[in-house]
Design a protein. Structure first.
Length: 264
C-alpha cells in the first residue's frame, strides 16, 4: 500500500471505531434512561403507598368496650333515636328496632325504602326506639376508598357532635347511596349532606377533611368485628326487634307486626 492508501485505511478504521463508540454510548444511554424510568415508577408506587397508608386510620383488634364511641351511642355501639328525633334519645319502655347496616349495602338501601316511613312513624309515636349500628363490611367493594368505613364514621361523628342532625343525615346517606363497586361519595360530598342535614360548620369541616374517620374509624371497625361474632349474623341489613331477628323485613307489614308483638 502506498502512503496515501495507508492514511485512507487508517482514517476509515478510525471512523469505524468512532461509529461503534457512538452506537455503544447511545445504547448505554437508552439502558440508563430505561432503568431510571423503572426506578422512578417504583419510587412513585412506594410514595403512593406511603401516602395512602398515612391517610388510613390505623385500627386494632380491640373490643368495642375499649374504643372511643359517639357520646350518643350505648355500650353495644348502637346509636338510639326516640321521639325527640335526635341521636342518643329513646322511648322508654318501648320495643327496640335494631338495624345493623352498611351505607354502601344495596340491600340496606332496600330496607330503608321498605321500612323507613313506618319506622319513623313508630318512633315519633313513642311505640318504638330505633337503634342504628353503622358498620363496614363492604370496604373492599369501593375501589380502595373504604367508603363503608368513611360513611359510617361520618354518621358516627354527626351523631356525636350534632345529635339532632343525625336522623336526617342517616336518611340522606341512603337517599344518595352510591352503587356497590364504585368509589362511593367523596368526603367532601359526605360533608355536603351533613350541612344539608343541619350539622354546624365545624362538623361539616370534620367530615370533609377526614377528621370524622380519624375519630371513629376504630369504633366502626370494632363494631363490625363484634357483630361478626354473632352466629346469627350473615350480613347487612341485620334487623332485630327486642333481640329477635326479623328475617322477612322486606314485607312492609312485618316490622310493624314484630314491634306490636313485642309490645304485647
Amino acid at each position: 500500500m502506498t502512503k496515501a492508501e495507508r492514511r485512507d485505511a487508517a482514517r476509515a478504521e478510525a471512523l469505524a471505531l468512532r461509529e461503534k463508540e457512538l452506537q455503544r454510548d447511545k445504547r448505554n444511554r437508552a439502558i440508563t434512561l430505561g432503568v431510571l424510568a423503572v426506578a422512578l415508577v417504583a419510587l412513585g408506587v412506594v410514595v403512593w403507598m406511603i401516602l395512602a397508608e398515612g391517610q388510613k386510620k390505623s385500627v386494632d383488634d380491640v373490643p368495642l368496650s375499649e374504643v372511643t364511641m359517639p357520646s350518643t351511642a350505648r355500650a353495644d355501639g348502637g346509636i338510639t333515636v326516640g321521639a325527640d328525633g335526635a341521636a342518643g334519645t329513646a322511648n322508654e319502655g318501648a320495643p327496640e328496632i335494631q338495624v345493623y347496616l352498611d351505607y354502601m349495602c344495596p340491600v340496606c338501601g332496600q330496607f330503608e325504602q321498605v321500612n323507613a316511613a313506618s319506622v319513623d312513624e313508630m318512633v315519633a309515636a313513642g311505640d318504638a326506639t330505633v337503634v342504628y349500628h353503622p358498620i363496614s363490611i363492604l370496604d373492599a367493594q369501593s375501589q380502595g376508598t373504604d367508603y363503608s368505613t368513611r360513611s359510617a364514621s361520618a354518621a358516627a361523628y354527626v351523631a356525636d357532635k350534632a345529635p339532632e342532625a343525625f336522623p336526617a343525615y342517616h336518611a340522606a346517606l341512603f337517599t344518595n347511596q352510591p352503587s356497590e363497586g364504585t368509589e362511593g361519595l367523596s368526603d367532601e360530598e359526605l360533608s355536603v349532606f351533613a350541612e344539608q342535614a343541619g350539622a354546624p360548620a365545624d362538623v361539616v369541616t370534620a367530615v370533609a377533611d377526614g377528621t370524622a374517620r380519624e375519630t371513629f374509624g376504630q369504633y366502626v371497625f370494632s363494631a363490625t368485628q363484634a357483630i361478626g361474632e354473632d352466629p346469627d349474623f350473615t350480613g347487612t341489613p341485620y334487623v332485630l326487634v327486642d333481640g329477635e331477628v326479623v328475617p322477612n323485613w322486606n314485607d312492609p307489614a312485618a316490622l310493624t307486626a314484630a314491634v306490636e308483638a313485642a309490645a304485647g
